[in-house]
Design a protein around this ligand. Structure first.
Ligand SMILES: NC(=O)C1=CN([C@@H]2O[C@H](COP(=O)(O)OP(=O)(O)OC[C@H]3O[C@@H](n4cnc5c(N)ncnc54)[C@H](OP(=O)(O)O)[C@@H]3O)[C@@H](O)[C@H]2O)C=CC1
Ligand SMILES: N[C@@H](CCC(=O)OP(=O)(O)O)C(=O)O
Length: 419
């Protein structure tokens, strides 16, 4: 066995043991740890920012793109937001141990269900250090152990954050192995993580197609995929056009580098002439490059020509594909052909069109008259999120505490035997 595999196996063994210990420890320790972690993160902000500067300097010397740097960068506010996130998770109800559906059977046994942790969760994610804190916090609160493999660009930040979290775990009497960061950029560690079902119960890959394809092909551990977002906003013939323009601008420009940012705008031909010239100007003024179909380019002179590949592209930057379509069915056909099942929105005042869009578009979130940027665990009231599952099994859309648990049957008898 090579060194990286041996190292990851050891992380797995420790995590498995930590997850088992969590089942017998006082549940109140979890919130105590989360609150102490939040305080410590704020108190040691300067250490986290110094580590993050190392990552940013490396990123600058390697000429990494703006979306990646935006996700990588921490500042005072983002570190405070990370601490607040931990406090919010501490304030959420503990899902573990809840008993549901208890009923008495004719045999005299009581049968019900108990909510329990998944166990050990391996998360492979992009270079976004706040995810390290969010994911660790959600796994801890839900009684799981997390093995965190963030992007190589964020390794110094992740080390600093996990050091604080592990120190606090030990101080409050919880096993440090509840939070482990894979401390090597070697991708062989990802392969090792995928190949040890004896130590890992679930793999959550958050990332682009390359990551998801590898994980889907190689993993011997069940996977909950968090794939890219090729997100659409469709302006329907019956849209309120002022509302539509504001939603579209927000969906694209509020933050360029996130997976829930709109990448393609679809506009019904019936209203394209009324909405596209002004909306196109707003995008161009905001510095967004427009790549349009021929009908779009007739209405927005600054738009460049879109190629076939643009319809399937997640730009993660100030570029937007724009297409004029002939009605709701054409819009939904386009989304079915090119979308990634992440989230898609319709802007309309027409009840029937809205209902059809909600029923027929097969994405993890479907929205009416709202910005795609709302597809987020915090915005949905989950407190925080591991990410947005684009899978259909176990959990779909923003993954919070409940998504990190499962249920088992419990049977309460008083000596019954089966006849
Ligand atoms: N649905 C969701 O919740 C989310 C989706 N995303 C998506 O992630 C993407 C942005 O992040 P980006 O950094 O480009 O994502 P990448 O897929 O490039 O990287 C994400 C992580 O996967 C690792 N990785 C990538 N390819 C492989 C491989 N072949 N083998 C092993 N490990 C691999 C990276 O490691 P390394 O550091 O070695 O490159 C990194 O840790 C966007 O597409 C975005 O939409 C992002 C967040 C949430
Ligand atoms: N949580 C995000 C959305 C999901 C996400 O984490 O995606 P990404 O920003 O691509 O890592 C947000 O809107 O803030």
């Amino acid at each position: 066995m090579d060194d990286v595999t041996a190292y990851v196996q050891e992380l797995g063994r420790t995590a498995r043991e930590a997850a088992r210990q969590m089942n017998r420890l006082d549940p109140g320790l979890k919130d105590k740890a989360l609150l102490a972690m939040a305080d410590r993160i704020e108190a040691e902000k300067s250490d986290i920012l110094a580590a993050n500067r190392e990552d940013l300097e490396r990123a600058a010397s390697e000429g990494l793109d703006a979306a990646l740097v935006d996700r990588l960068e921490l500042n005072e506010d983002r570190v405070s937001a990370m601490a607040d996130g931990l406090r919010q998770v501490a304030g959420l109800p503990d899902p573990v141990g809840a008993m549901n559906d208890l009923s008495m059977r004719p045999s005299g046994i009581q049968v019900g269900k108990m909510r329990v942790p998944l166990g050990v969760i391996g998360i492979i994610y992009e270079s976004r250090p706040n995810v390290t804190a969010d994911a660790a916090a959600l796994c801890l609160k839900s009684g799981n152990a997390a093995i965190l493999r963030g992007g190589k660009e964020a390794i110094s930040s992740n080390r600093a954050i996990s050091h604080i979290m592990r120190t606090v775990l030990a101080e409050v009497g919880l096993p440090e192995g509840v939070v482990s960061v894979v401390d090597t950029p070697d991708r062989a560690a990802v392969g090792a993580l995928l190949g040890m079902p004896e130590h890992v119960d679930i793999i959550i890959p958050r990332g682009g197609k390359g990551l998801i394809e590898r994980v889907a092909a190689e993993s011997r551990v069940p996977v909950i995929k968090h794939l890219e977002g090729v997100c659409h906003t469709y302006i329907d013939a019956d849209a309120d056009l002022d509302k539509a323009a504001d939603i579209a601008v927000n969906a694209k420009t509020q933050r360029y580098g996130t997976c829930n940012t709109m990448e393609t705008l679809l506009v019904d031909a019936a209203v394209a002439g009324a909405v596209l010239p002004g909306l196109g100007e707003r995008f161009l003024d905001a510095g967004v490059e427009l790549r349009g179909c021929p009908r779009t380019r007739e209405l927005v002179s600054g738009a460049k020509e879109a190629g076939e590949e643009d319809w399937a592209t997640e730009y993660l930057g100030p570029i937007l594909a724009v297409k004029v379509v002939d009605g709701l069915d054409a819009a939904m056909n386009h989304i079915a052909a090119y979308g990634s099942g992440h989230n898609d929105a319709i802007v309309t005042e027409n009840y029937t069109s809205a209902r059809r869009f909600l029923r027929e578009v097969d994405s993890s979130s479907v929205m009416v008259n709202a910005s795609s940027r709302f597809a987020d665990g915090y915005e949905y009231g989950l407190g925080a999120e591991i990410g947005i599952s684009t899978d259909k099994l176990h959990v779909r859309g923003p993954v919070g505490l409940e998504g990190l648990t499962t249920e088992k049957f419990v049977v309460l008898g008083s000596g019954q035997t089966r006849g």
